[in-house]
Design a binder for this molecule. Structure first.
Ligand SMILES: Nc1ncnc2c1ncn2[C@@H]1O[C@H](COP(=O)(O)OP(=O)(O)OP(=O)(O)O)[C@@H](O)[C@H]1O
Length: 476
């Protein structure tokens, strides 16, 4: 092939003029225009660089339009076909959902629950450590693998779901100093009804784990957070108080709980304060925990010496305790006996005595509130603290009375099927009561905690023998 012949002839001025369609007389007049037109044509039509630039630009624009079209149609499709659920770690459902997912991941797919077949499709896992208490009192530490930050897939009730766990690393929750986290679950729109089922299952699983358990919360900044795993409830009758005392407190709390409307009708703040005072080891704390458990209440443990706790935070915490919970302030005498609260390390808390009094009965107090305070030294308490309205019922929980000692003995060693064994226990129980009465006449006492220790260490006969040695002179 003749390559020369195939090349276009170089353009001539005449050809350009001719091609413009002008008569030859106007050629001179339009010479300038012809020159520039020729220049543009040369530049646009024949310059390979310019042609390539235009081509590239065209391709770029085309691609951008295509991409935007794709984004647009994907978004539209997502909107129509997919549905997402977002839960952040401020919400209680967050923990429930992760625990539910971990639970099903461990038991699937041979799980007895066919509906909740779910398992993690991911290599990004986080560990959660839990302490499991067994019915015989022993406990073991369990590691549960939960979905870590990243993308995971699971199947629930026949529907595939994508779960994205994201952690915000640049900002922290102000009070708890925990990072913000979000879980987004996405599935097909037609399966949206599964979200509420799934959340209900997660909630039920969490609550089932708490059934028969007592949740103890402590303050984290201005929030109440569970402290450790829920504990097994202690039966109320296992805390042996002096005759009628347990019933007195229990009935008072129950009566209060039934009088919500009565308080509202009279415009009285719906709150009640209890003070349990007495020597160490007499069962004050155990009783409050057992009572909370028997009423299906939780405990919010408030430490007034806590670093960083000021009047404002205290006020907020007391006004925003979770529903169905007792606020427990232990050793309240230690906190304010000099009206300045000093921690063991010399740290002085910024909670002031007047701030505490205001928080107890200030205007900001929340709806229902039950506060229990304990002390070993009621005489050290400021009268302002124990006046009615702040403390409505004050109960002395003392050292073991003869009846208490005998009841505790029977609880430890009784319960035999055999009549003769029961008789022996009964006889020895009476002996414990006599011994205790004798010692008390001499002005000597024993705490319930010491009795419990004695009964744990010895069999019935040895316990009765060793009993007199444990009495101490009455405390002044
Ligand atoms: N009345 C009681 N009945 C049964 N057990 C008791 C009783 N009193 C104390 N105990 C046992 O003694 C231990 C200590 O009890 P607890 O902490 O409740 O006493 P406390 O009065 O709150 O003591 P402190 O004033 O030192 O805080 C617990 O293990 C508890 O089981």
């Amino acid at each position: 092939m003749d390559i020369q012949g195939a090349q276009p002839a170089p353009p001539l001025e005449g050809q350009i003029a001719g091609s413009s369609g002008l008569p030859s007389t106007s050629l001179a007049a339009h010479q300038d225009a012809g020159v520039s037109s020729s220049f543009i044509n040369t530049f646009l039509g024949d310059n390979p660089y310019f042609q390539a630039g235009f081509g590239l630009m065209g391709v770029g624009v085309g691609l951008t339009i295509l991409r935007q079209g794709l984004v647009f149609s994907t978004t539209a499709l997502r909107r129509r076909l997919l549905v997402s659920l977002e839960v952040n770690n401020k919400d209680r459902a967050y923990e429930w959902f992760l625990a539910w997912l971990a639970h099903n991941a461990q038991s699937a797919p041979s799980s007895s629950s066919r509906r909740a077949q779910s398992w993690l499709r991911s290599h990004q896992l986080s560990v959660e450590t839990a302490v499991e208490e067994r019915s015989n009192g022993s406990s073991s530490v369990l590691f549960r693998l939960v979905a870590g930050p990243g993308t995971h897939w699971f199947k629930y009730d026949g529907a595939w779901m994508q779960m994205k766990r994201e952690r915000e690393t640049r900002s922290m929750q102000l009070m708890s100093q925990m990072p913000w986290e979000t879980v987004t679950v996405t599935t097909l729109s037609r399966d949206r009804h599964l979200f509420s089922k799934l959340l209900a299952e997660a909630r039920d699983l969490a609550l089932r784990g708490r059934e028969g358990k007592l949740v103890i919360r402590t303050a984290w900044g201005i929030e109440w957070k569970p402290f450790g795993q829920p504990r097994r409830k202690r039966p109320l009758h296992s805390v042996v108080l002096d005759t009628g005392m347990s019933e007195k407190v229990e009935q008072d709390v129950k009566a209060f709980l039934h009088r919500r409307k009565w308080y509202a009708d009279r415009g009285i703040p719906y709150r009640r304060g209890y003070l349990l005072h007495g020597p160490p080891g007499s069962g004050k704390t155990s009783y409050i925990q057992a009572l909370a458990g028997s009423l299906s209440y939780d405990i919010c443990l408030l430490n007034l010496s806590e670093r960083g706790l000021g009047d404002d935070k205290l006020n907020h915490l007391l006004s925003n305790a979770p529903e169905r919970s007792f606020i427990l302030i232990e050793d309240v005498d230690a906190a304010f006996n000099k009206r300045v609260q000093t921690g063991e390390d010399g740290y002085q808390s910024s909670v002031t005595f007047s701030g505490f009094l205001n928080a107890l009965d200030g205007v900001a107090s929340g709806e229902e509130r039950i506060i229990f305070m304990t002390t070993n030294h009621i005489e050290k308490l400021d009268p302002a603290l124990i006046r009615p309205g702040r403390v409505d019922l004050s109960v002395l929980v003392g050292d073991a009375s003869p009846t208490q000692a005998r009841t505790l003995f029977t609880r430890f060693y009784g319960g035999s099927e055999s009549v003769t064994a029961q008789e022996v226990v009964e006889r020895m129980g009476k002996r414990v009561e006599e011994l205790t009465t004798d010692e008390m006449r001499k002005g000597r006492r024993i705490s319930m905690a010491a009795l419990q220790g004695l009964f744990i260490r010895n069999d019935a006969q040895d316990a009765v023998k060793a009993l007199p040695e444990l009495f101490v002179e009455t405390r002044t």
